[in-house]
Ligand binder design. Structure first.
Ligand code: F6R
Length: 616
């Protein structure tokens, strides 16, 4: 969480910084700020509570000149979201300004020590402690800024991506990283960009250097990029090319990124399966599996680690792999797994699933699994992200930048990759029936067209339904089997963007407690598509009806049973039951979207959330 951006070069920094902040706003939008050094050598710092647009307003009439600057958009961890806690933070003497994404875990100890040395603090943030620690070391030891940063970081426990500028040093930005993302863009001569996410600076360069853990980058307008570690050993500069179309970062005529991303899914599915499912033979080939065939064939167990929506996708992955590969699967919240001293062995495969590839808990789970000798496979969206780089192998979902905070196309992309993964492993292991293999791989290939059709048919219907349920205070989502996680995901979409309380349940569990909640005020969204539990789900619907509950049922075209008991029906195309979660998710995403819009919520930037959770 939090987005950081920096610029040094011949151009005016402010427009680059503000544009970068807008693109990084998905990472947090509690406050925003910039610090620049102007031609006269003045270090100006402006910050305020609220979104980047509020910062822009606040900047009116202020001196925003300078061709070196750093900027920040915040997701609050330590200290409430207000002007004072906003970044950048000045050091006590106002000579140094710092931006920080992450958490300094031992900040209170460091703060106490600095207070003893006479420091006072304006904010309640951990970040202000770090900038003062750097200043303290710089002034008491009489060392250079880089040396002070190196010494300070040796004392820090936690996660950080920081960037620092100093009033008397207008030719340099010092940046450092530990566990939080940071990438440097190489521009023209003497020009560097810095960001939490390459997408935010993609229009200026295609050449990027990912800063590694424990590395400090020196961006100097008179010298090539340097990377050193805390002991000043030079690091390698590994420049990677990255191409991304700017159009992918814009709303493209849609009122919200979320709606655009929902409607993009037919296309993102095509991108996700391109080159992986042969268009004529329907053979599935995933290089991440081919290159490590023996590991997959000898896997004793597969453990998914993920958070949030990616965890829901992993629950679907469990069904897919157990059904198609007959390998036992466990699905773990990364945050629990990492602190649980899990039993791992070298013949375990850990699959880390993460849209951003930066989720702190998932990254820590990956590190733990690797240390324990497990083979780690990543399913990520963001190319070059920390998790993608930390894993032994992997498969990108290739759905393009997901900007709406609520995950939509990444979820269906993850499930698509998991389906291909299960097909590829099941086939290699020889446990997967050839006709089922063909049905599913061909089914995946034709899914984009079906999704296109589904969206055009179902979107107006769901928009109408949303009007009926906008003022409900609670919702239940029910599904069984592979659609139980789909129900969980539907409920999460609704709660995170509309702030309506919603719970997902396996349909048969209702009788064990939750059915007590049912009354005429409690809508239940039921996924009742054809599979071996369909009739049972139909009975579960009757049980809710009998208690006066209102039912919205997602059924397959041609359904004749459930449509009679449900109050409202949304039809989806008939596909194989293992592909159904992808199909069913689209109307559920739309339902959450329209309810949130009707309630006047900020759909793309819901309160208290951030897209990339880089703190644990
Ligand atoms: C919900 C959502 C979150 C993320 C979770 C993990 O819509 O987006 O629940 O799924 O924070 O993020 P990634 O997938 O980036 O690891």
């Amino acid at each position: 969480m939090c987005g950081i951006v920096g610029y040094i070069g011949p151009k005016e920094a402010m427009p680059i910084l503000l544009k970068g902040l807008h693109r990084l706003e998905y990472r947090g939008y509690d406050s925003a700020g910039v610090a620049l050094i102007n031609q006269q050598g003045t270090l100006n710092l402006y910050k305020c509570k609220g979104k980047v647009s509020e910062l822009e307003h606040f900047l009116t009439g202020k001196d925003g000149s300078g061709n070196i600057g750093i900027a920040h958009t915040r997701w609050a961890t330590h200290g409430v979201p207000n002007d004072v806690n906003a970044h950048p933070h000045y050091s006590a003497s106002e000579q140094i300004a710092l931006i920080h994404n992450g958490i300094i875990e031992n900040y209170s100890l460091l703060k106490e020590a600095l207070i003893e040395h006479g420091y006072t603090f304006r904010s309640s943030t951990d970040s202000e402690v770090l900038v003062n620690l750097i200043e303290y070391i710089r002034t008491t030891n009489g060392c250079t800024l880089i040396e002070a940063v190196q010494q300070a970081l040796k004392q820090v426990v936690g996660a950080y991506a920081i960037a620092i500028i100093e009033r008397n040093n207008p030719d340099r930005i010092i940046a450092a990283r530990q566990s939080s993302p940071m990438v440097i863009g190489i521009g023209g001569e003497g020009e560097f960009f810095l960001s939490s996410d390459a997408a935010s600076i993609i229009e200026y360069t295609e050449d990027f250097v990912y800063v590694g853990d424990g590395e400090i980058a020196i961006l100097d307008r008179h010298a090539p990029l340097r990377i050193v570690n805390h002991d000043n050993h030079e690091g390698r500069i590994d420049i990677r090319k990255l191409q991304l179309s700017i159009a992918q970062l814009e709303k493209g005529g849609y009122p919200h990124f979320m709606l655009k991303e929902i409607f993009e899914q037919p296309k993102t599915l095509v991108d996700c399966i391109r080159g992986r499912i042969h268009p004529e033979t329907f053979e599935v080939k995933l290089s991440g599996v081919i290159d490590h065939r023996e590991r997959f064939l000898s896997a004793r167990r597969i453990i998914f680690v993920a958070c949030g929506t990616s965890w829901h996708a992993s629950l679907i992955g469990e069904h897919l792999i157990e059904t198609l590969c007959r390998i036992p699967v466990e699905v773990e919240y990364a945050s629990e797994f990492r602190y649980r001293n899990p039993i791992l062995s070298p013949d375990d495969i850990v699959i880390a699933v993460s849209q951003s590839g930066e989720t702190a808990d998932t990254l820590a789970a990956v590190e733990l699994a690797r240390k324990a000798g497990a083979f780690v496979f990543g399913i990520c969206n963001v190319v070059g992200s920390s998790i993608a780089r930390a894993t032994d192998s992997g498969a990108y979902i290739h759905v393009g930048p997901e900007i709406g905070v609520a995950s939509t196309k990444a979820f269906t992309g993850q499930v698509t990759v998991m389906t291909m993964l299960a097909l590829a492993i099941g086939r290699e292991k020889g446990v997967l029936d050839a006709s089922l293999y063909r049905t599913l791989s061909q089914g995946l290939s034709t899914l984009p067209e079906q999704l296109e059709q589904l969206l055009s048919e179902v979107a107006p219907r769901v928009e109408e339904l949303a009007k009926i349920f906008t003022y409900a205070h609670n919702f239940i989502y029910m599904g069984r089997g592979v659609n139980y996680p789909t129900a969980l995901e539907g409920a999460l979409k609704l709660k995170e963007i509309s702030y309506i309380h919603a719970e997902g349940y396996p349909a048969a569990e209702m009788k064990h407690g939750p059915i007590a909640l049912i009354d005429a005020e409690m809508p239940t969204v039921v996924i009742a598509t054809p599979d071996h539990t369909y009739e049972k789900t139909a009975s579960n619907i009757e049980e809710i009806k009998a208690r006066g509950g209102k039912i919205v049922a997602v059924v397959a075209q041609g359904d004749s049973l459930v449509r009679h008991s449900a109050d409202y029906v949304v039809e989806v195309p008939v596909v194989h039951e293992l592909l159904m979660p992808i199909v069913v998710s689209l109307p559920l995403q739309l339902l959450a979207y329209h309810i949130a819009v009707n309630k006047g919520r900020n759909v793309d930037q819901p309160r208290n959330l951030a897209k990339s959770v880089t703190v644990e």
